[in-house]
Design a protein around this ligand. Structure first.
Ligand code: ZN
Length: 153
């Protein structure tokens, strides 16, 4: 099996068997909604902060397989991490999707499977959706807010 095939399998697995997918997380500290009209992807992300770490994270949404699978992979990669570390990991994913190399490969877990998507510019926003929502949730939380909605250009 080629690496591309393996990555395809991982993405399909997250799409078919989503991790941490739930329409609610009770209690949660911050909730963001991100919308990518280009593809029609909608994502809700909820985060519970515990001792400065991502205590729990859940996503829900309606979107293409890439966006939903990537959000699923993101939740596994960031759960339990310090908030600053989770943000750093999301930044590593962002750079990877912009073809700027793969940093923190081991920490990204199944997130590495999305690097092939970088070859398809129109799908990059789909793969980034969950991770950018996470960065936004951390930022929103740090500002003392509990809700934020973003619609991409
Ligand atoms: Zn999409």
């Amino acid at each position: 099996m080629s690496l591309d095939d393996l990555y395809q399998e991982i993405i399909l697995d997250h799409y078919r068997s989503p991790r941490n997918r739930s329409g609610d997380l009770d209690p949660h500290d911050v909730h963001v909604h991100h919308s990518n009209p280009l593809c029609g992807d909608e994502l809700d992300l909820r985060l519970r902060v515990q001792d400065g770490t991502v205590g729990a994270v859940a996503y829900d949404g309606d979107g293409c397989s890439i966006s939903m699978a990537s959000a699923s992979a993101m939740t596994e990669a960031v759960a339990g991490r310090k908030l600053s570390d989770a943000d750093d990991l999301a930044e590593a994913f962002r750079l990877m999707m912009h073809g700027e190399g793969v940093k923190r490969e081991d920490d990204l877990l199944d997130g590495v499977a999305f690097q092939g998507v970088a070859k398809f510019p129109v799908r990059v926003k789909c793969a980034l959706l969950g991770w950018m929502a996470l960065k936004d949730a951390l930022q929103t939380y740090s500002e003392g807010e509990a809700e934020h909605r973003v619609t991409y250009d």
